[in-house]
Write a protein that binds this ligand. Sequence first.
Ligand code: GDP
Length: 298
Amino acid sequence: MIAVLSGGTGTPKLLWGMKEVFSKFFVVVNTAEDIWVSGNRISPDIDSVIYALSDIIDTEKWWGMRDDTFITHNMLKDLGFDERMMVGDRDRAVHIIRSEFLRGGDSLLTATKKLKSMFGIKQDVFPMCNEDVSTFVATDRGKMHFQEFWVVNRGEPEVMGIDFRGIDKARMPDEVEKSLKKSKIVLIGPSNPVTSIGPILAVKGYKEILRDKKVVAISPIIGRSPVSGPAGKFMASLGFEVSPRGVADIYGDILDVLVVDERDEDYEIDSVEILKANTLMRDKDSAIKLSEFILDHV
Ligand code: GDP
């Protein structure tokens, strides 16, 4: 059994290919970017994983559902209500169901299980924890929620620090612990190492379990920049080189194998095996090819 740690863009792209290639895997997803918007709980990374595994993700933007409409969002705006994130109508239906489950007393794990089953997904999809964790970014314009930084301020403010609020009280759910302990290999997908994988590894217990596993990461940094998103800015602000080497430095001693892009320079990193592959997933075919590479080499 393979465990996959996921954020919201690069790893869902990989999962889109993995589901065609691997017979069994489960996914543990970052929830530190979750936020309540217009009365509903958005779990952006869980949504992207569910939509990628059910082949309905918008493969232009890599968030939300393909062919979604924005009638409710536009109506809210017309009425003068400032919904700060663009939320599609179909996407919102999922947020409403999740929120109703939570209001009815379900944990986030139970709500996620029910949701992924509604989409007919075979693989387990787990939140990293049930407790609320929120990523706050300290910037030259003040401290703000990750979504405020990235969506409202378009990632422009200078970054001084990052804080996962609530992480001390976060616990690895029992079911995740059981599944992780049973898995031989843990794949860290090509997601933001600071704000997507960082929170998962910061929840008590994950690093300890991962130390006994073969941990394989796919670098989200190709050359000297991320394929998308603020990973480069965050890595630099924390003093890490924006490169696959910087990714390896962040993962530290839990990392055994790093898959870098075939266009990258040759890296030698102490106690880390380096593999080269085409890690740029432009379409489903390239996501499948990368998944096959992982299956063959890992
Ligand atoms: P965020 O967008 O930075 O919040 O982070 P996510 O974890 O949600 O996903 C974005 C990460 O996925 C970025 O660091 C990207 O570089 C990475 N990514 C997106 N597409 C690809 C791809 O095709 N290949 C690789 N290697 N990384 C990718």
